[in-house]
Structure formats: C-alpha cells, structure tokens
Design a protein around this ligand. Structure first.
Ligand code: IPD
Ligand code: CA
Ligand code: CA
Ligand code: CA
Length: 262
C-alpha cells in the first residue's frame, strides 16, 4: 500500500532543499534559453531543479512515475499508479526578470486522485501545502475553508491573453467580469495564483491555457479549502493535456461560469 505520509514528508524536504538551491543561485549568472519562442524562457536553474527532484524521487521510489515540464521525467500517457507532476520553476519569466513571483510546484497523484500539493514561494519562504482530507497550510498555519464572496467584492486574477481574440471563447466576455469585480490582478505564476486562491488572497483565477504541471499542485490545495475548479467553459480539467483554467471560491466560480461565461 502507498505510504502517502512518508511521500509527503520526503516531498516537503526535497522541495525545501530545491528552494535553497534557487536562493543560493541568485548571485551566479543565469544561462537563459528560448523554448518555443523568445518569450518562452528556460534557464539552467529550471533544468537543475527538475533533475534534482527527479533524482531524489527515482532513488527513493523507483516505481513512481514523473511528469516534469522540462522533460527529464517519463513519457506519461495515463494517470495509473503514483504520479508526480512537477514544475521546477513556475513563473520563469518572473524568476529571470524580477527574482520574485515564482514557485516550485509539485502535485502527487494516485490513480488520478490528488493526495499532495506543494507550492513553494522560495523568495518569501512560504510553503503552501495540502494533504488530501487533512486540509491546506501555509507553512504551519492552517488555511481556513473559503468563505462565500460576492462578485462585487471579489479580486480575480486574469492575464492579458484575454485581450486577444481566441477561437474557443469570446474574449469580450471578460469585459463584463472586469467591470463587475472589485479588482483584478496578474502575477505571472499559475501555481502561486492557485496558492493565493487557496489562501484567500485572490477569490478566483482564470486563464486561457495551462499545462498540467502549472496546476497539479494547486488543485489539491484548492480542493482542501472547498474551492471549485474547471475549464473556463465548465468542463472537468484533464491532467494529461493543456486546458483553459478557472478556479475560485465555490459560489463565485459558479456565478461567473453560469452568468458570464457559458
Ligand atoms: C507559466 C506561468 C504563467 C502562465 C503560463 C505558464 P512557466 O509557467 O505559470 O503564469 O501564464 O501559461 O506557462 O513556463 O513559467 O513555468
Ligand atoms: Ca516554461
Ligand atoms: Ca509553469
Ligand atoms: Ca516552469
């Protein structure tokens, strides 16, 4: 039987160690490369951190599978067994340009069910952590269940992709939402934005396209505080493909979905 507590304890320790490596790297020169286009950055640290975490997992749990953004993990086509979904640095552009607003994100699933979510804001030393059925925490502080929020009092995280025309959804729908809510924000790290929804710093987060490693850990956190999650057109999120993404406090998520988006 899978010992989730043991996995949890080790995962936390490795993520902390990885964070230490990132903090220690701030004084050295980064090697920066482009991936699909000049705005899609990857650094030596993204690669080193993914390799570090995968090395630890493979050494300790050779039977577990790993999906990692930078491709050092396995070719994953099913959710069977224990699956680690890793984004070594979520918010690489922020990491390169700002040295803040980025996080290490690790979600651990068993047969498609989220058991552990870890999102580590390395610069602030804030570890957002959730364990299935036991709640979510920021460092050792338990995060309360999300309270019902009115749309007029909500802070919603959106990004500029909504300004662009999109074949799947009318981008003008966003105008009405932006006018109605109290405020909007955009942090440039999907994982942190999920952690902020889970901790009540944001009431919702919606974006046009995310990969599983951007949100795998975040979903576990949001689930544990009673939030809702779906694509922006209300479908279930798929952990094996890219999705549009919408998470938030339950009543707000439902209201925005039914009255503004679909
Ligand atoms: C990106 C960030 C960003 C989101 C992008 C992601 P990366 O992840 O989460 O906020 O808008 O879609 O690709 O590449 O920095 O790990
Ligand atoms: Ca990336
Ligand atoms: Ca990411
Ligand atoms: Ca990344």
């Amino acid at each position: 039987m899978t010992n989730w507590k043991d996995i949890d304890q080790k995962a936390k320790q490795w993520v902390k160690e990885a964070g230490e490596k990132i903090r220690n790297s701030f004084d050295s020169t980064l090697s920066i490369q482009y991936k699909s286009n000049p705005n899609d950055l990857v650094t030596n640290m993204d690669k080193e951190i993914e390799q570090f975490l995968i090395g630890k997992i493979q050494e300790t749990y050779p039977e577990h599978r790993i999906l990692g953004e930078e491709g050092y993990g396995d070719e994953v086509t099913s959710l069977d067994g224990v699956l680690w979904i890793i984004d070594p640095i979520d918010g690489t552009m922020n990491f390169v340009h700002q040295q803040r607003n980025f996080a290490i994100s690790v979600g651990i699933y068993g047969d498609g069910i989220g058991y552990i979510g870890l999102i580590y804001d390395v610069v602030h030393n804030e570890l957002y952590h959730a364990f299935k059925g036991e709640g979510a925490f920021m460092n050792d502080l338990p995060l309360p269940m999300l309270d019902k929020v009115k749309i007029e009092e909500a802070i919603v995280s959106v990004n500029a992709t909504w300004l662009l025309e999109n074949p799947r959804i009318d981008h003008n729908l966003m105008t009405k939402i932006v006018k109605k809510v109290r405020g909007t924000r955009s942090y440039g790290s999907a994982a942190l934005e999920c952690a902020y929804v889970a901790s009540g710093r944001l009431d919702a987060y919606m974006t046009m396209r995310l990969a599983p490693w951007d949100f795998a850990a975040g979903l576990v956190l949001i689930e544990e505080v009673g939030g809702s999650m779906s694509t922006i057109t209300g479908e279930k999120l798929d952990l094996l493909t890219k999705n549009s993404f919408f998470v938030g406090e339950k009543s707000l998520h439902n209201l925005i979905l039914t009255e503004y988006l679909i």
